[in-house]
Ligand binder design. Sequence first.
Ligand code: S3P
Length: 172
Amino acid sequence: MKILLLGYMGSGKSAVGQQLAEVLAIPFYDLDQEIEKELKKTVSEIFQKKGELFFRKTENNVLVQLLASKENYVLALGGGTPCYGNVMKLIQEREDVKSIYLHTSLEELTKRLYPERKKRPLIAHLETEEALNDFIRKHIFERNFYYNQADSKVQADATVDKIVSEIVLQLF
Ligand code: S3P
């Protein structure tokens, strides 16, 4: 099985994915890191120098490459990955892929993302916690349509340990 973690920025996809992969004794990949390796630039640099459209095309290509491999793994997608092109269709068509949506409350996301927003190109310009909260509320409203197409959903306001345990319960 390939286990794909979906969810908004700050929902814990990378931390949960790493621990889940350890528990399942399979490799872990992070799509943002794979893109950075491929282009030898950080996600922020790619957005700045090449623009979002280029980032989305690369994101799609790198995902297609990873899905083509035969190995089992846990893969953390980027927050926007499921919302562009044919990604949800691609994932749903595959019998060897299980997609899990890490659902996090607006309050928790705002709290987690505010201190680290400068590292994230889509929210780096938001100066106050209130502005960030408004942005996330609208953005999640648009993105939920895609996230909700995942095979299952877990409540991700909890600790990494709890989220991993819940996913393991769902898998077996
Ligand atoms: C994005 C989320 C980021 C990264 C890029 C765009 C988004 O990934 O892919 O900054 O559109 O939500 P994380 O969700 O891993 O932070």
